[in-house]
Write a protein that binds this ligand. Structure first.
Ligand code: 3EB
Length: 349
């Protein structure tokens, strides 16, 4: 069944005090807000996801509306809230780590609260996807506080990776094949917040020839490898979409240009170019270009905003579509991470 109204994105300015226009809210899969939450009209029918990564730049604060055509249905299963049409499902789960501080019965308290929260989140998501028959995770966004802090003698990002990988294994999913595009960022505080898009049709997972696949990172980056692909090419009816994972200044498996945000951004753009080149080889349309992408840039330090934006304008073009968020990158030595999407029409209201 083909879908005439595609998956699309609306950037709704926060300056507008108007409630969401009804024609948008009916088609709204989710409203993602980056802390400036007072500007959203929290529609009882729409799913609102609040991510505590403040938007940088005073003039273009916006919320992100994901919308799609067709009759949308909504529900909640095992803490996962979702909305879906015939072809895709948008879901989110928010878990408080404080609910996981009791020692687990099965393994003598070995698993940290974050690890167990992560495992439960992913297990609940996979359970929903099985139940509703949207088997393929296309893209998943992961956010939690203090990502670089150490607790229980292990960096929290590494704890997250253990829980994520355990859930993939427990749910019978491959750790290296057909895995989703993703990002994992440190927030300013609050819960573990995860949201995702799942589809019926099997996506094509894309890797970057300049980088070791994250699922093959050597043990120096933690006891469990991160379970994500560099990008996914998804098929939603007639629509082809490209989700590029969070991308950083990593070549091979090493962080490079330590301390130099401009050089890191240049290297990141080279990585994104390599990923879109790979994706284009699997695509039926003309090659993807840097110009057509919609970017989200995560900066460890707000003050780097001007230099990074200047570089993006230079490398991508003056019409670059980009939002900036303050967040901690999952390696202590990285200052910037960039994700992007193509094939999803963006309307800026
Ligand atoms: C990297 O390439 C940088 O753990 O889901 C990027 C995208 C990164 C996704 C994840 C981590 C994740 O390793 C970090």
């Amino acid at each position: 069944m083909s879908q005439s109204i595609p998956l699309s994105l609306i950037h709704l300015p926060c300056s507008s005090s108007d409630p969401l226009l009804p024609e948008y809210s009916e088609q709204t899969l989710a409203c993602v807000t980056f802390i400036q939450s007072d500007c959203i009209a929290a529609e009882p029918t729409s799913t609102v996801v609040q991510v505590n990564t403040p938007m940088i730049g005073v003039n273009d604060q916006h919320v992100e509306l994901w919308s799609a055509g067709g009759a949308l249905s909504a529900g909640e299963l095992n803490g996962v809230k979702y909305r879906f049409n015939h072809e895709l499902l948008f879901g989110s789960i928010i878990l408080s780590e404080s609910a996981f501080t009791e020692a687990p019965a099965e393994n003598g308290g070995e698993a940290t609260p974050l690890q167990r929260a992560t495992k439960l989140a992913f297990t609940s998501i996979f359970g929903l996807l099985e139940a509703l028959d949207y088997p393929h995770l296309l893209r998943i966004w992961n956010y939690f506080p203090a990502i670089n802090s150490e607790s229980y003698e292990l960096e929290r990002y590494r704890q997250f990776n253990i829980g994520r990988q355990q859930a993939f294994s427990a749910c019978g999913r491959s750790l290296t094949k057909d895995i989703p595009a993703a990002c994992a960022l440190g927030t300013m505080g609050g819960e573990l917040v995860i949201y995702f898009i799942a589809v019926h049709e099997k996506p094509i997972a894309i890797e970057n020839p300049r980088q070791v696949s994250a699922y093959h990172y050597p043990p120096e980056y933690g006891p469990s490898e991160p379970t994500f692909s560099r990008a996914t090419l998804g098929f939603i009816g007639e629509q082809e979409v490209l989700f590029i994972s969070g991308t950083a200044s990593i070549v091979g498996h090493k962080s490079i240009h330590i301390g130099d945000v401009v050089a890191q951004t240049k290297e990141t753009l080279l990585n994104i170019e390599a990923v879109i080149k790979e994706a284009s080889q699997h695509s039926s349309r003309q090659s993807y270009t840097l110009e057509e992408l919609v970017y989200k840039v995560y900066l460890r330090r707000q003050d780097d905003f001007k230099a990074v934006h200047q570089l993006l304008v230079e490398k991508v073009g003056p019409t670059v579509q980009v939002s900036y968020l303050e967040a901690d990158i999952c390696r202590q030595d990285l200052l910037v991470e960039i994700e992007a999407v193509a094939g999803v029409p963006l309307k800026s209201l």
